[in-house]
Design a protein around this ligand. Structure first.
Ligand code: KIV
Ligand code: NA
Length: 269
C-alpha cells in the first residue's frame, strides 16, 4: 500500500470544499500505529505523549528526543497514513533557524512526512521558512497546550470577540505562510466554522466543530485509557476496563496457583 502524501492531504480540500473528511488520530507506539494505520489518513505523534505515556503534568517538559523515539516507532508501524510529528515546546519558537534545525532532525531520524507546531501569527515566518526548505508544516491554533502557562488552563478559547478575531487571524496567517493543514483545538464552534470557510487548506478539529475538514482525537482518550478526559472527547471503547479485568483475572490465578496451567507449561519428552 502506498503512503498518503502531504500534497494529497492538502488537496482533499478543493475550492473550499472537502468531500471526504480527513481522519486523524494520535499514535505513540509501533503496535498502536499498526492497528490505527489502515483506518486513518494521518497519524499524529502528539506531544500529548508527555501526559498519556509519561505521566507528565503538561506537554511543556517533552523533549525532541522523546518525540523522535516515538515518531520512529510510529513510522515503523505504519504503511498507509502520513505521519506527522509534533515539535515540542522550546525546540522551534526562538527562530526559523532553530525550528529548521529541530524539524530536520525529526524528519531525518523518524522518516515522518511533516511536523506540527503550535502558535499563529507569531509562527507564520517560521512556517514559511520550513515549507520553502522542504519541511511540510501543520499549524495548531486556538487552545494551544504548550502555552498553558500563558493561557492559565485548558479552557475553550474564543469566547470574547477580540479573542475570536485573533484566533481566526492566526489561522489565516499560517495558511498564507504555507501550512498544509491547521489543527483547530478547543474553540467555540463559530470560530472553527469561520476558519474553515476562511482558509484554503484543511482544518482538523479537536473540540471544535463537525464542520471542520477533518477531526483528530488523542487515541488514549477515545479508548478509555486516560484518567481525565475533556468534554469534547467521545469514548468509543473502554480498553482501560479490559486491561483491568485481565490484570484482576491473572492476579487471582497466580494467587490460587492455577496459572500457568498444563497448556502453558513445558514438560520433558
Ligand atoms: O499532542 C497532541 O495530541 C495534539 C492533538 C491533540 C492535536 O496536538
Ligand atoms: Na500537541
Amino acid at each position: 500500500m502506498k503512503r498518503l502524501t502531504i500534497p494529497a492531504v492538502r488537496q482533499r480540500k478543493k475550492d473550499g470544499v472537502t468531500e471526504q473528511p480527513i481522519v486523524m488520530l494520535t499514535a505513540y507506539t509501533a503496535r498502536q500505529a499498526q492497528l490505527l494505520d489502515p483506518h486513518c489518513d494521518l497519524l499524529l505523534v502528539g506531544d500529548s505523549l508527555g501526559q498519556v505515556i509519561y505521566g507528565l503534568p503538561s506537554s511543556v517538559p517533552v523533549t525532541l528526543d522523546m518525540m523522535i523515539a516515538h515518531g520512529a516507532a510510529v513510522v515503523r508501524g505504519s504503511y498507509h497514513s502520513a505521519v506527522v510529528v509534533d515539535m515540542p515546546f522550546g525546540t522551534y519558537e526562538a527562530s526559523p533557524e532553530q525550528a529548521f534545525a529541530s524539524a530536520s532532525r525529526v524528519l531525518k531520524e523518524t522518516g515522518c512526512a511533516a511536523i506540527k507546531l503550535e502558535g499563529g501569527e507569531a509562527m507564520a515566518e517560521t512556517v514559511a521558512f520550513l515549507t520553502r526548505r522542504g519541511i511540510p508544516v501543520m499549524g495548531h491554533v486556538g487552545l494551544t497546550p504548550q502555552a498553558v502557562n500563558v493561557l492559565g488552563g485548558y479552557n475553550a478559547r474564543g469566547r470574547s470577540e477580540a479573542e475570536a478575531a485573533k484566533i481566526v487571524g492566526d489561522a489565516k496567517a499560517l495558511a498564507e505562510a504555507g501550512a498544509f493543514a491547521v489543527v483547530v483545538e478547543g474553540v467555540v464552534e463559530p470560530i472553527a466554522v469561520a476558519i474553515t470557510q476562511a482558509i484554503p487548506c484543511p482544518t482538523i478539529g479537536i473540540g471544535a466543530s463537525a464542520q471542520c475538514d477533518g477531526q483528530v482525537l488523542v487515541i488514549d482518550d477515545m479508548i478509555g485509557m486516560f484518567e481525565r478526559v475533556p468534554r469534547f472527547v467521545k469514548i468509543y471503547e473502554n480498553v482501560g476496563d479490559v486491561i483491568e479485568r485481565a490484570a484482576i483475572a491473572y492476579a487471582e490465578e497466580v494467587r490460587a496457583r492455577t496459572f500457568p496451567g498444563v497448556e502453558q507449561t513445558y514438560q520433558p519428552k
